[in-house]
Design a protein around this ligand. Structure first.
Ligand code: ZN
Length: 540
C-alpha cells in the first residue's frame, strides 16, 4: 500500500444536513465549517447553491477558513444543454467556493430509468461539466453516484464514467456507495480492479453510507485498495442510517493504519470536543458508546478489568484515550470489586491501606446501597461523602428534625390555574433550633428555599449554591421490596464547580431531600467550612 497522504472530505453540511430531525441555519453551518477547519479537514462541503435559501445564504457570506477548502455541490449539466448554458452549473460557478463537486450517474440502469438519458450522453454530460468547472474553479470533483452497484452491473461502463471525469480535468473521482448496501470485501475487490485497470488511487475518493453498518469499514477497505480521499460526516450524520463517521475514521486511519491525513497530534486531540460540540449544537445527548470519543469508550466497570487497567491501561484499552481528547473513567458499580472502590478513593484524594478493614466496609456499603437503588457511577459527591463518613468523619453542619410540604393547586385572582408548594422545616444548627417556611413552584423547590432561609445566615457560602439539574427515576421493584424513587441532583457553586448527589426513597420528596442534604454537605465540606458549633459535630 502506498503511504501517500490521505485527504479528508467532510459532508456534514451537505449530506449530513439530510439527517432526519437536523435543520442547520446558515450561522450553524458557518460555525461547523470553522470547527472542521480547526480540526484539520482538507475539504469542507458547504451545501448546494441554488437548492435552498439556507445554502444560498451560507455561500453568499462564506466563513473564512484557515486551511480547509470550501466545496459547493451540484449536478452535471442537463441532457441537451451546453455546460456554460446550464442554470445549475452557473449557480455553482458563481458560488464563493474554490471547489466544485458534481454528482453524476455511473450506472447505465440509473441513466435510463432515473434520468431517462442514454448512457453515452451521460458520459458526455460528465466530461463537459467537469471540463467547465475545472476551468472555472481551483478544483473540480466528480461524485460517481451508485458507483459500486453500477460496477457490479456493468464494470466497463462505471469505469468509463470515472475515466471521463478524470480525463476532463477532475482532481478527484469519488466512488459513492449511494445506497449503502456494499460490503467491505466487495469494496476492496472493486477498487483494486479499478486501480489495476490504470486509474490512479491518488485521484480516487470514497463516499459510503451506513445502511449495513459498514460505512467506516468500507471506507477503510477502499483506502487499503488505494483511494486517497475519504469522505464522511461528523458523528456519522446523514439520511437513513447515516454516512461514514469521520470521527471514527480519522483515528483509525492515523493510529491504526499509520496514514498521514494532514492532522497534527494536537488537532487529533480536538476530536472528542468537536464531536460533542456538534451534539450540543443539535441539542442531542452525545452517544456515550461512540467509539473513540464516547464517555463510555474508556470506562471500566468490571472489578478484574479495573485492577488490570490500574496496572497498565493497555490491558483493556486499544489506544490511550488522551490521543483523541477523551479520558479514562473508572465506574463504581454493583459489580465492583475492591479495586474499583480503591481506584475511586484515590480519585477523590483518599490514600488508604487496601488491607484496612474499613475499606471492606466501604465496599460492602456501596454494594448494599446500589442494591437498594443508589447509583454512584454518576454521583461522585455522594460517593465521596459516603466514603469519608465510613473512613474518617464528615461534620454534621445541621440536623433536620422535621419537614412538611403542602402542595396546593388553585385558581388565582387573574383566573389562572397555579400550583404552589409550601415547605415548613425545623432544623438544629449547633445548639440552636430554627424553623422556616418558604414557598416554591414545586415541593423540592420549596424545601430548598426553606432550608436556605435557615442555613445561609450560618453558612454564607451556601448563597452561591445552585441546583442545575434534577433527575427522577422510578426504579422497578427488583432493586427492593417496593418500587423506589431515585433522585439525582447536579449542583454548582459560584466558582463554577459542579457535583452530583443521589438520594433514594419510596417517597420522591424524601429521596430529593437526601440528595439535597448530600449536596449542601458536600458544598461546605469541600470548601473546608467548619461546622457552626464544633461541640455538636459528630460523625453520622
Ligand atoms: Zn451521500
Amino acid at each position: 500500500m502506498s503511504s501517500a497522504r490521505v485527504y479528508l472530505f467532510d459532508s456534514t453540511l451537505r449530506d449530513g444536513a439530510q439527517t432526519h430531525g437536523v435543520d442547520f441555519s446558515a450561522p450553524d453551518k458557518a460555525a461547523i465549517a470553522q470547527a472542521l477547519d480547526t480540526l484539520g479537514i482538507d475539504y469542507i462541503e458547504g451545501g448546494w447553491p441554488g437548492a435552498n435559501p439556507t445554502d444560498d445564504a451560507f455561500f453568499a457570506d462564506p466563513p473564512a477558513l484557515a486551511r480547509g477548502r470550501l466545496c459547493a455541490f451540484g449536478m452535471t449539466r442537463r441532457s441537451g444543454r451546453s455546460a456554460d448554458n446550464d442554470p445549475g452549473l452557473r449557480a455553482l460557478q458563481q458560488a464563493e467556493a474554490p471547489v466544485a463537486v458534481l454528482v453524476g450517474k455511473s450506472w447505465d440502469f440509473q441513466c435510463q430509468v432515473a434520468l431517462g438519458v442514454e448512457p453515452d450522453e451521460n458520459v458526455r454530460m460528465i466530461a463537459d461539466s467537469i471540463a467547465f468547472m475545472a476551468r472555472e474553479k481551483a478544483e473540480a470533483m466528480y461524485d460517481a453516484e451508485h458507483f459500486f452497484d453500477g460496477y457490479k452491473a456493468n464494470p466497463a461502463y462505471a469505469t468509463d464514467c470515472v475515466k471521463a471525469a478524470l480525463d476532463a480535468g477532475a482532481r478527484w473521482a469519488v466512488l459513492c456507495d449511494t445506497n449503502g448496501g456494499t460490503l467491505p470485501h466487495e469494496v476492496e475487490e472493486i477498487v483494486s480492479a479499478l486501480v489495476a485497470a490504470g486509474i490512479p488511487g491518488d485521484h480516487l475518493g470514497i463516499h459510503c453510507h451506513n445502511d449495513t453498518e459498514n460505512a467506516v469499514a468500507n471506507s477503510l477497505a477502499a483506502v487499503r485498495a488505494g483511494v486517497r480521499q475519504v469522505q464522511g460526516t461528523l458523528n456519522g450524520l446523514g439520511e437513513r442510517c447515516g454516512n461514514a463517521n469521520l470521527v471514527s475514521l480519522i483515528p483509525s486511519l492515523v493510529l491504526k493504519m499509520g496514514l498521514d491525513v494532514g492532522l497534527s497530534g494536537d488537532q487529533l486531540t480536538k476530536l472528542t470536543e468537536t464531536s460533542r460540540a456538534l451534539d450540543e449544537r443539535l441539542n442531542r445527548a452525545p452517544n456515550t458508546r461512540a467509539p473513540y470519543v464516547g464517555a463510555s469508550a474508556f470506562a471500566h466497570k468490571g472489578g478484574l478489568h479495573v485492577s488490570a487497567v490500574e496496572k497498565d491501561p493497555r490491558c483493556y484499552e486499544h489506544i490511550d484515550p488522551a490521543l483523541v481528547g477523551n479520558r479514562r473513567q473508572i465506574l463504581v458499580s454493583d459489580q465492583a470489586g475492591r479495586s474499583n472502590v480503591l481506584a475511586r478513593l484515590r480519585d477523590i484524594g483518599l490514600e488508604v491501606d487496601p488491607d484496612e478493614p474499613k475499606v471492606a466496609r466501604v465496599v460492602e456499603e456501596v454494594k448494599l446501597r446500589e442494591f437498594k437503588g443508589y447509583a454512584y457511577d454518576g454521583a461522585g459527591a455522594s460517593f465521596a461523602l459516603l466514603a469519608r463518613r465510613l473512613l474518617h468523619r464528615v461534620p454534621e453542619y445541621f440536623r433536620l428534625t422535621s419537614f412538611r410540604v403542602i402542595d396546593e393547586r388553585r385558581w388565582n385572582a387573574k383566573g389562572e390555574l397555579i400550583t404552589l408548594s409550601e415547605a415548613t422545616i425545623k432544623a438544629d444548627i449547633g445548639r440552636e433550633h430554627h424553623m422556616a417556611v418558604a414557598e416554591g413552584n414545586g415541593p423540592v423547590n420549596a424545601l430548598d428555599a426553606a432550608l436556605r432561609k435557615v442555613l445561609v445566615p450560618a453558612y454564607p457560602r451556601l448563597a452561591g449554591l445552585r441546583l442545575v439539574d434534577y433527575k427522577v427515576r422510578i426504579l422497578t421493584p427488583e432493586a427492593a421490596t417496593a418500587a423506589v424513587t431515585r433522585v439525582m441532583i447536579e449542583s454548582a457553586d459560584s466558582t463554577g464547580e459542579r457535583w452530583t448527589t443521589v438520594g433514594v426513597s419510596p417517597n420522591v420528596i424524601d429521596a430529593s431531600y437526601n440528595a439535597l442534604h448530600d449536596s449542601i454537605t458536600y458544598a461546605l465540606f469541600n470548601a473546608g467550612v467548619a461546622p457552626v458549633d464544633a461541640a455538636t459535630a459528630a460523625a453520622e
